[in-house]
Design a protein around this ligand. Structure first.
Ligand SMILES: Nc1ncnc2c1ncn2[C@@H]1O[C@H](COP(=O)(O)OP(=O)(O)O)[C@@H](O)[C@H]1O
Ligand SMILES: [Mg+2]
Length: 243
């Protein structure tokens, strides 16, 4: 077992496994599961990562750091852009990594960018897109490339007419100086309609003080390419396609 955390939460972290299996506060279950943890006055989010196959157990034990550890390390590195990290803990079984948990403060967001993208009459939509372009620009200026920059990972809280953005699902990131094309490509997982991408990329171009037409065309190109690629994969798996 390996644990790294804010000292005041050490006990809570050590009991996380039993808490997690007994708790019925699940808010999300996909490949990993997310539960809310109430501790004294505060609320935290626990993300549990399980490793199903033996090969990956070897890889994560001997070659790669766990997703929980990477989530924590990345959060510490980009603190302004994420819910506050609390700690992570890893458990082994028969000498191999079996499950790991990453804990962060619960961010009381109002919406994700998904709702704004999906509803063409969403209140203050254009403004939210402008602030979203600004937030993404700040990430990029800080050499942060989120490799899963998809709508459910972009949380938004309204505060006095402004919007506070935080990103989650941060175990896969690259830190490097980004070219203009790498920046524009980063918008491609939003599944934005062309006309929405035009607005977002337009604001982004202004922030970069660069050619608007070029940015819009490139962002739409990458977005369409991503949709096409994902839809091919869906068709192969017999799943319904998106447009
Ligand atoms: N710190 C947090 N505060 C509030 N909600 C969170 C937090 N972390 C995750 N969530 C919620 O859980 C959802 C899934 O989290 P995520 O880390 O993206 O898991 P997954 O890998 O399954 O996509 C998010 O879309 C968000 O609604
Ligand atoms: Mg996610």
């Amino acid at each position: 077992m390996k644990s790294v955390n804010d000292a005041q939460y050490a006990d809570a972290l050590l009991n996380i496994r039993s808490y997690f299996s007994n708790s019925e506060t699940s808010i999300h279950k996909a490949r990993n599961e997310i539960k809310i943890y109430k501790y004294k006055e505060d609320e935290f989010v626990i993300k549990s990562f399980k490793i199903a196959n033996l090969l990956n157990k070897f890889i994560y034990t001997y070659l790669k750091s766990s997703k929980a550890e990477r989530s924590y390390a990345n959060s510490i590195r980009i603190a302004d852009f994420v819910p506050k990290p609390i700690g992570y803990i890893e458990f082994k079984k028969h000498g191999l990594l079996h499950d790991s948990y990453f804990v962060s403060e619960k961010f009381n967001f109002d919406i994700t960018i998904r709702e704004v993208l999906h509803k063409s009459d969403f209140p203050d939509r254009e403004n939210i897109f402008a602030e979203f372009a600004n937030f993404t620009f700040l990430l990029h200026e800080n050499n942060i490339l989120h490799l899963d920059y998809s709508p459910g990972n972009i949380l938004i809280k309204e505060s006095d007419g402004r919007y506070i953005f935080k990103i989650v699902d941060i175990n896969r990131m690259i830190f490097k100086n980004l070219s203009l094309d790498e920046r524009l490509k980063n918008f491609c997982m939003l599944w934005a309609k062309d006309e929405d991408m035009k607005i977002i990329a337009g604001y982004y171009a202004e922030l970069m003080s660069t050619d608007k037409e070029y940015c819009i065309n490139k962002a739409i190109y990458y977005s369409r390419r991503n949709k096409k690629f994902k839809n091919i994969k869906k068709r192969i798996r017999g799943k319904p396609v998106n447009v």
